[in-house]
Ligand binder design. Structure first.
Ligand SMILES: O=C(O)CNC(=O)[C@H](CS)NC(=O)CCC(=O)C(=O)O
Length: 272
């Protein structure tokens, strides 16, 4: 594993597939110009709108989002994560998997993950989320993509960040870098987002790359923003704030080794 720059992209995706992809392209280009080699797009990067609208367009979103990711990775010669887009379920046309896809500079698919934990929550601000009404839950643990250059990269999506066992599974397998692409609600995000990400970084002594949605996406849907990159000590290396843009920072191989020497908690586990 070498040291390199990674970027977490922050978008304010709307119910407009074509326009979201144009904006994603601009932000990928910005990240590339600043030297990023590993780049993540947030959950819902291609489409963020009412569950019913997303479900109706799922086939088109799936097709165009996947093509887009492969085209961008090839054009800019980067490793690119699409943090979550609907991929229709074969024998159940009403439902789609919330899917994260990691693509190589060659355009080849490296890893795919279907969101396991669905956000069915009544948030105290009055908003109700019922992700399971249109999304089929994945049933498999997330994959770890093993790269000689970029380290061992684990995938997850958004609400998953509240389930530490998933990340412990990945660190058990040797993860160095954990992706947490998200569309966190503004209400839960202000108290939980940063703390949860830092906890996952510290307890697994891993880098965290967390692309995010921000601002007013549609109607009364507001997202928290603060796409960030966190080091294995829990230090926030970059934070995109509330505007669209990028958080960019170095994933440093010797820092990773140093933290694991200084705090060998992974080696001191007694249970499990
Ligand atoms: O809502 C949409 O438009 C699209 N879907 C999402 O953004 C997903 C599923 S509803 N959001 C989350 O998982 C937020 C989790 C979260 O905010 C928390 O854990 O506090």
């Amino acid at each position: 594993m070498k040291s390199y720059l990674a970027a977490a992209i922050q978008m304010s995706s709307k119910p407009d597939l074509e326009n979201n992809l144009v904006e994603a392209e601009e932000l990928i280009e910005l990240a590339v110009r600043r030297g990023a080699e590993l780049i993540g797009l947030p959950e819902n990067f291609a489409f963020m709108g009412k569950e019913a609208d997303k479900a109706n367009q799922a086939s088109e979103i799936a097709l165009k989002a996947e093509k887009f990711l492969k085209r961008m990775a090839q054009r800019f010669q980067v490793t690119l994560l699409g943090g979550g887009f609907p991929v229709p379920v074969n024998d159940e046309p009403q439902k789609a998997y919330n899917t994260a896809l990691l693509v190589a500079p060659s355009g080849q698919e490296l890893a795919r993950y279907r969101k396991v934990h669905l956000f069915d929550v009544n948030v105290p601000d009055g908003n109700t989320y019922q992700e399971s009404s249109t999304v089929m839950a994945g049933t498999e643990l997330p994959p770890l993509y093993v790269s000689d250059i970029y380290g061992k990269i684990g995938l997850s999506i958004c609400y998953d960040v509240r389930f530490p066992e998933l990340y412990r599974h990945l660190s058990d397998k040797g993860a160095d870098v954990l992706f947490v692409p998200a569309a966190f609600t503004a209400y839960t995000g202000k108290d939980h987002w940063k703390v949860l990400l830092q906890a996952r970084a510290i307890e697994n002594t891993c880098y965290i790359i967390a692309p995010a949605q921000t601002g007013n996406n549609y109607e009364r849907r507001y997202t928290h923003g603060h796409a960030m990159i966190i080091d294995p000590w829990g230090v926030i290396l970059a934070d995109a704030g509330e505007q669209t843009g990028i958080a960019i920072a170095e994933i440093n191989a010797s820092r990773l080794e140093q933290v694991r020497r200084q705090m060998p908690s992974l080696q001191h586990r007694v249970f499990g």
